[in-house]
Design a protein around this ligand. Structure first.
Ligand SMILES: [Ca+2]
Ligand SMILES: [Ca+2]
Ligand SMILES: [Ca+2]
Ligand SMILES: [Ca+2]
Length: 399
């Protein structure tokens, strides 16, 4: 009996403890459903987007007006699970900024009549505006040389955007990122010719984080007004000169820039300076003729190439045209002014040379028949003096 009563007590204890356990399980199962809101939309987002609400229990559409939401409207709830526990909802953001959606606690019950607890807070940043790049420069206007511009793209970009720029009357080079996030860059601009230089970032060449395409930038412009002197002509007055005599080198300089300039011009025979003229003043757009005198005393006989150089101006970028090499002069034995090839000395003073002077005897510059080579002393007259100089040397052969 004792043992039977005893086993009956143990059964009771077992049953009681089982009931207690069942009661505690019942309490866990008695917690309300926990809704979860998610979305496949990127963050930031630039348009309407869909959210998925897993209610964790069957609900009907009457639950939606009870949602908490900010900076948006919702519409079109669609049940996407057979038991109406999972729904989708279209969210239409109102203004740029944070959009939130949340299911509050206590708006529906599960089959055991437990009220739901609140969902997670779904957040998205709504950004509907494309970035607006801004181009600026510290360069003055007008500008007289190459200059730097700064482009604030307002978003991170890579160098691939640069070939997509719109630009006119210039080249660009050397893009450099100057902000840690690659949103601000500098670029070197090299104007081509006088006048307006323009640079613009066109719309639609890069996107922000919300995948909005950029808008076009301001139209950046500068007037390129360069300092630019050029030597446009170098003409020696003769191609043959007796050693020790003089000739003229006529140089034409042009001011192709936009400012009155003062500059120096040097004329060379090969690499030897013939003469430098300083402080030549020339107004914008004008030209001037400058006569240099080359006294050939001390120059070895031979063929000389004539070159004129205008010193580059401060800030001048087109310097190639400051040097012009044009024409040549033979410094020859006095009296040797021609040969079988007219006007080319042959190292002999003979009848050919005499004849060239005699044939033009009495002609004075600027008679079109006047030939400077045969005006031996360079006084612009072919006369007895020239005849005399040649005849005095008659028969000489250059050693
Ligand atoms: Ca030029
Ligand atoms: Ca120049
Ligand atoms: Ca000769
Ligand atoms: Ca003469």
């Amino acid at each position: 009996m004792t043992s039977r009563r005893s086993s009956g007590t143990m059964l009771l204890v077992f049953l009681l403890s089982t009931m207690t356990l069942a009661s505690s399980i019942q309490k866990v199962q008695g917690q309300g459903p926990v809704p979860v809101i998610s979305s496949l939309a990127p963050d930031p987002v630039n348009s309407d987007f869909e959210v998925i609400i897993d209610f964790d229990a069957t609900v009907d559409a009457s639950v939606f007006p009870l949602l908490n939401y900010s900076n948006c409207d919702w519409n079109n709830p669609q049940s996407v699970s057979g038991d109406d526990s999972i729904w989708t909802l279209q969210i239409t953001p109102t203004t740029d900024g944070e959009v939130t959606v949340q299911a509050p606690a206590g708006i529906y019950q599960d089959s055991a009549l437990n009220w739901n607890s609140e969902s997670n807070l779904l957040r998205r940043t709504y950004d509907s505006q494309g970035p607006v790049p801004v181009i600026s420069s510290l360069a003055p206007d007008p500008v007289n040389s190459g200059f730097e511009i700064t482009i604030d793209f307002d978003k991170t970009v890579s160098p691939f955007v640069f070939p997509l720029l719109n630009y006119s009357n210039c080249d660009w080079s050397n893009p450099q990122s100057v902000s840690g996030d690659d949103s601000v860059w500098t670029l070197q601009i090299s104007p081509v010719v006088d006048g307006e230089v323009m640079v613009q970032v066109p719309a639609g060449i890069y996107q922000d984080d919300a995948l909005n395409w950029n808008l076009e930038s301001n139209l950046f412009s500068r007037t390129y007004a360069p300092h630019d002197i050029a030597i446009t002509n170098v003409i020696p007055s003769k191609t043959v000169v007796g050693q020790g005599f003089s000739l003229n080198v006529n140089v034409t300089a042009a001011n192709q820039g936009d400012y009155t300039e003062s500059f120096n011009v040097t004329v060379y025979a090969n690499t030897t300076i013939i003469e430098t003229k300083t402080n030549i003043t020339l107004t914008s757009g004008n030209t001037t003729n400058i006569t240099f005198i080359w006294n050939t005393t001390g120059f070895a006989k031979g063929n000389y190439t004539i070159k004129a150089v205008a010193n580059p101006l401060l800030g001048e970028t087109d310097t190639d045209d400051n040097t012009r090499t044009d024409g040549w002069v033979i410094v020859a034995m006095v009296g040797d002014i021609s040969s079988d090839i007219p006007g080319v000395p042959d190292g002999k003073v003979d009848m050919v040379d005499m004849y060239e002077v005699a044939k033009r005897f009495g002609l004075n510059y600027p008679d079109p028949r006047f030939v400077a080579n045969f005006d031996v002393d360079g006084d612009n007259k072919i006369d007895m003096v020239d005849m005399w100089i040649v005849s005095k040397e008659f028969g000489k052969i250059d050693p």
